[in-house]
Design a protein around this ligand. Structure first.
Ligand code: SAH
Ligand code: SF4
Length: 371
């Protein structure tokens, strides 16, 4: 299979072997970003051996954009992207107006910033019981190039300023591709600030332990979802392999190095983890960390789901305990893009049967912290 020119490692190795300078790589990327999908022969000013090599082993884009669907309010655009191996992933663009809060109507110059939610795997093997992606099982890993190509496509719709790894898959289970993709996104010509990139994980401890060394300044979001090991195991099978006590130690270690807030995601499931005593347990659990808690309304994932969303009243009570008693910054995730199922964290792609899975918003609240 041909590789993406955004598979940096592969391109560097091939250039190296052919004695071509790696300084041509950013030139190729810049041209690709400006002319997505163009012929590799159209990239200007490369040595002739580079054209031959590119033609035989690489593609400008290995994935193809199948469709883009915009929500009625035009805040959210969902991109459906088919990969070379025939599977598909989704990426979701969210637009916000920095002055108006939410983008509303026409873009105003300088005021609109966009966040892209990217996928890192097709499916996911972690099997969280509330997650539509989890119900698919694991299908395949995306290459770094396939992750970056989502950003290339999205940039045609909106100027992307933030990237969150909250689409399909568990990014820390595809570690080397994740690291390479983020490095590319922070280099020329993309030049995103690492502070505007957020990696969300179910809590893969060994990967969290090395994340800061490999990707300093990137934000970490942890899908905690439960205040104790028992409840966590009930709703997240991966909690058995990555026990809560050990996960908290890893987060403490991460924070000692990074000094950034850690985002804690907590999905509110009626009667499961949303009672007042759970808020107290969570407050005590997080006491030693610098965190922002993001309470996520559960989006029903179909009839097979045995969970219900918490009532607004329970969410408000939970938030009040965390804020008032434990002094923890706590936000409630807004719902957006429901009419197009633009749901980060619950994307299931099946071209023949594209089921609406509701619509969790992408982290408006997390992004708002960095205006
Ligand atoms: N695998 C990573 C990132 C993708 S999931 C992780 O689990 O963190 C992104 C977020 O969406 C996670 O916090 C996940 O728990 C959440 N999510 C999954 N299913 C959901 C649902 N049905 N309703 C609301 N949020 C959901
Ligand atoms: Fe995988 Fe995240 Fe879904 Fe869990 S919530 S199954 S880790 S994508």
């Amino acid at each position: 299979m041909a590789r993406s020119v955004f598979d940096r490692g592969a391109l560097r190795t091939e250039f190296d072997n052919a004695g071509i300078s790696p300084r041509f790589i950013p030139i190729i990327w810049k041209h690709m970003l400006q002319n997505p999908g163009c012929d590799l022969d159209d990239v200007p000013s490369l040595p002739s051996s580079a054209y031959t090599l590119l033609r035989s082993k690489f593609r400008s884009m290995t994935s193809s954009l199948i469709s883009s669907i915009e929500s009625k309010d035009r805040v959210t655009t969902k991109l459906l992207i088919r990969l070379q191996n025939g599977t598909s992933v989704e990426a979701v663009i969210m637009r916000y107006d920095t002055r108006l809060g939410k983008y509303n109507g026409k873009p105003r110059s300088g005021g609109v910033r966009s966040t892209l939610c990217v996928s890192s795997q097709v499916g996911c093997k972690m099997g969280c019981k509330f997650c539509a992606t989890g119900s698919m099982g694991f299908k395949s890993n995306l290459s770094s190039g396939e992750i970056v190509e989502q950003l290339v496509y999205a940039n045609q719709f909106s100027h992307i300023r933030n990237v969150v790894f909250m689409g399909m898959g568990e990014p820390l289970n595809n570690y080397s591709a994740l690291v390479e993709a983020i490095q590319i996104m922070t280099e020329f010509p993309f030049q995103l600030s690492p502070k505007r990139i957020t990696v969300s994980t179910v809590g893969i401890i060994h990967a969290i332990n090395k994340l800061h060394d490999d990707l300093p300044n990137v934000n970490l979001a942890v899908s905690l979802h439960a205040p104790d090991q028992d409840i966590r195991c009930q709703i997240m099978p991966a909690a058995r392999a990555f026990p809560l006590g050990k996960l908290m130690e890893a987060l403490q270690g991460y924070q000692n190095k990074s000094d950034q807030n850690i985002f804690i995601e907590y999905i509110m499931l009626d009667g499961v983890n949303d009672q007042e005593q759970h808020a107290h347990q969570l407050g005590r659990l997080l006491e030693m960390l610098k965190v922002v808690v993001n309470l996520i309304p559960f989006n029903p994932i179909g009839t097979s789901s045995c969970f219900k969303s918490s009532t607004d009243q329970n969410v408000a009570r939970f938030q009040k305990v965390l804020r008032g008693i434990y002094n923890i910054r706590t936000t409630v995730r807004q719902q957006m893009g429901q009419d197009i199922s633009g749901a980060c964290g619950q994307l299931v792609v099946n071209l023949s049967e594209q089921r609406s899975a509701g619509g969790a918003s992408l982290l408006t609240d997390i992004e708002d912290l960095r205006i």
